[in-house]
Design a protein around this ligand. Structure first.
Ligand code: HEC
Length: 209
């Protein structure tokens, strides 16, 4: 089963297309001018503007927005909602009506803006990666490393494993410096209050229909 979930995760990650317009102004380009000290709150960490900028580039090119940013239909098609960027599945969001037979038949499905997906593991909801208390606001750098390197929810020992389609298996190969830069950037963006729902098992989804 674990293997199946892992395969599904790889497959989904490969299947996600980066087709959302995401210009630099949406992508936190204004952080370039951000002179405030970015750190994880502990005395030992303080990130440089160069790290924050590198993190911005990595977040953009590694398509974190595909899954973690709510989107809407604009005049040019699907677009990010700048003020909600990287805040995950909306706390008041609804999944479209679910064809559980399709899931039982082996299909995986994405919500229209890709912030939620349903597969053999149940339903998973993309996390809030902004520095609000409901996101990574209280996270230490060590937690972020543990979450990405070992696929552990919130990077806290004893927590559940991260579910697909979060491609942590691939991201775990990033260098310390790249991971640190991504974390520095996430700590620098606008905090968004959004309590992402907990994942649901497949049986709970079937029962709820
Ligand atoms: C293919 C979709 C997808 C992509 C791309 C993606 N994520 Fe995720 N991510 C998710 C989902 C879904 C979850 C929630 C998983 C769960 O609840 O177990 C998640 C969870 C996380 C978590 C754990 C949050 C927590 O509260 O434990 C972190 C950290 C994270 N993602 C960071 C990133 C970063 C950084 C990027 C880009 C470099 C990224 N993700 C790209 C789907 C994705």
């Amino acid at each position: 089963m674990r293997n199946k979930i892992f395969m599904a995760s790889i497959f989904l990650a490969a299947a996600v297309f980066s087709f959302y317009a995401c210009d630099d102004s949406q992508a936190g380009g204004d952080n370039k001018k951000n002179e405030t000290k970015i750190s994880d709150g502990s005395a030992s960490t303080a990130y440089t503007p160069a790290q924050v900028e590198r993190g911005s580039h990595l977040v953009l090119t590694m398509v974190c927005d595909d899954c973690h940013s709510p989107k809407r239909l604009g005049p040019q098609g699907v677009e990010l909602i700048p003020e909600l960027r990287l805040s995950g599945f909306r706390q008041d969001g609804q999944l479209p009506p679910l064809d559980t037979q399709m899931v039982k038949n082996g299909w995986n499905m994405f919500a229209p803006d890709l912030t939620a997906s349903v597969g053999p593991w149940g339903a998973s909801f993309a996390a809030n990666l902004t520095p609000d208390a409901t996101g990574i606001g209280s996270w230490k750098e060590e937690q972020f490393f543990k979450a990405i390197r070992h696929g552990i929810s919130k990077g806290l020992d004893g927590n559940r494993p991260l579910l697909p389609p979060m491609p942590w298996q691939s991201f775990s190969k990033l260098s310390d410096e790249d991971l640190r830069s991504i974390f520095a950037y996430l700590k620098s963006i606008k905090p968004v209050h959004n309590v992402v729902p907990a994942p649901k098992s497949l049986s709970a989804l079937v029962a709820a229909r």
